[in-house]
Every structure is written in structure tokens, then in C-alpha cells.
Write a protein that binds this ligand. Structure first.
Ligand SMILES: Nc1ncnc2c1ncn2[C@@H]1O[C@H](COP(=O)(O)OP(=O)(O)O)[C@@H](O)[C@H]1O
Ligand SMILES: [Mg+2]
Length: 224
């Protein structure tokens, strides 16, 4: 009896940690863009107090949402529907660029051929953003991230490659474990959340390779 109760609590608290992690990723995208707008306004000497106030309010709200995130009770918000592969990937790439900050990273995004897929759009966006965020974090100062999509044998395939730090051979099996991180401020949830979600949608996420010159992840989703 007690064990069942403890398991329920554990499952619930893990859900809360997962949801918090995903929300915080996107709060930092919003905050980064708010800072960029502010910088433009200051550089252009555009002194409109109500616009500056609006941006301050957005940033404050983001802080408050961040504080309240831990109150979330449920993760079950997935709504699979038919979406366009190419548009969604391009949107994810735009969102991810917020993580680049002052690094010198060249982005290449090329979708060879397109298809419709059936998946929850926001969850799929989050998966791609998680993988590109890791790619950005593995590049110290200068590097390249390639996002190449194609449709083959009734599967949409997305390969996300980056130059940067290699994942040591003996760690490559562990990167999908919940809580595995090699980063000082990492959570180790990103890849685990992505893989679990994609697997639940008859899809997959794999590490293709990680060498000194490049790391490649692959997402495979059946087309509709
Ligand atoms: N593109 C990458 N290049 C190098 N290491 C990576 C890459 N993607 C993931 N990793 C490794 O996998 C670990 C787990 O990633 P993730 O689940 O997103 O958690 P976190 O980013 O919080 O550490 C990272 O800490 C890192 O060691
Ligand atoms: Mg991560």
C-alpha cells in the first residue's frame, strides 16, 4: 500500500520536473528576445516609455511564471494532429537561435522533401529545440549546426549535427537516461523527455554518432 503511494508521488514529481524543464526552456527564449528588443530600442534612441514598460512587464511576467511552474500538476496535454514537417522544423530552428547568445555559430537548415506527420506540434517543436540547444551548448565559441530533413520509405527523418565537444564513447549509451548530465547546471532531462515522447508516438530519437569532428542525432517519424 505504502509502496504504491510512494510510486504515485514519484511519478507525479517526475512529471512536475519534466514540465518545469520544458517551460523554462521556452521562458528563456522569450526573455532572450525581450532583451534583444530592449537593446535595439536603446541603440535606436527610441525613447517611448510605454514600450519600455511593456518589455519590463513581459520580463517580470516571465519571472513570475518561472516561479509558479513548480505548481503544475499534470503533463497530459499532448494533442497529436496533422502538421507540416518542413514548417515545424523551420520554426524550431528560429526558436533555438535564442540560445546562441554571443557564440559564432553557422546554421544550415535544409529539408530535401516534405511530408505531413501526425504529432503534437508543440511537443515536436520542443524535441527539436532540446536537441539544438544541446548542440549550441556543446560548441564552445565557433562551430556549425546542420539540420537536414528528408522523407524516405514513408518516414520523415531529421538529422541534427553539430561540430563541438565529442560525447565520450563510454557515455554515449547513458545520454538518454533520466538525470544523466555532464553539465554543471544541467538537469539531464532533455533527451530523456524527447525520446520518451517520440517513442510514445511510434517515432524515435537516436544518437547516430559522436566523433571529434561531429555529433549527429536522428529523429524518425512515420508520415501520414
Ligand atoms: N550535441 C551534443 N554534443 C555533446 N554532448 C551532448 C550533445 N547532446 C547531448 N549531449 C550529452 O548528453 C547529456 C544529456 O543531455 P540532456 O538530456 O539534454 O541534459 P542536459 O542538457 O541538461 O545535460 C548532456 O549533458 C551531454 O553530456
Ligand atoms: Mg539539454
Amino acid at each position: 500500500m505504502q509502496n504504491t503511494k510512494n510510486n504515485e508521488i514519484e511519478v507525479k514529481s517526475q512529471q512536475i520536473r519534466f514540465v518545469s524543464h520544458e517551460i523554462r526552456n521556452h521562458l528563456s527564449v522569450c526573455d532572450m528576445y525581450a532583451q534583444i528588443i530592449k537593446r535595439h530600442i536603446e541603440n535606436d534612441n527610441y525613447n517611448n516609455p510605454s514600450v519600455l514598460n511593456a518589455i519590463d512587464c513581459i520580463q517580470k511576467s516571465l519571472q513570475i511564471i518561472n516561479m509558479n511552474v513548480t505548481d503544475l500538476k499534470s503533463l497530459d496535454l499532448s494533442l497529436p494532429k496533422i502538421i507540416n514537417f518542413k514548417n515545424t522544423v523551420q520554426q524550431a530552428v528560429e526558436l533555438s537561435k535564442a540560445y546562441v547568445e554571443d557564440k559564432n555559430i553557422e546554421f544550415e537548415c535544409f529539408i530535401k522533401n516534405d511530408a505531413d506527420i501526425c504529432i503534437d506540434e508543440n511537443r515536436f517543436l520542443s524535441c527539436i529545440v532540446n536537441i539544438i540547444k544541446n548542440a549550441v551548448e556543446s560548441i564552445e565559441i565557433k562551430g556549425k549546426i546542420s539540420i537536414i530533413g528528408e522523407v524516405k520509405d514513408n518516414f520523415a527523418i531529421l538529422k541534427i549535427s553539430n561540430t563541438g565537444k565529442q560525447i565520450p564513447q563510454d557515455r554515449q549509451k547513458r545520454i538518454f537516461e533520466c538525470g544523466y548530465t555532464s553539465k554543471q547546471n544541467g538537469s539531464g532531462y532533455g533527451l530523456n523527455i524527447c525520446k520518451q515522447y517520440l517513442n510514445s508516438q511510434n517515432s524515435d530519437l537516436e544518437l547516430v554518432k559522436s566523433t571529434k569532428s561531429e555529433t549527429v542525432f536522428k529523429i524518425t517519424i512515420p508520415v501520414k
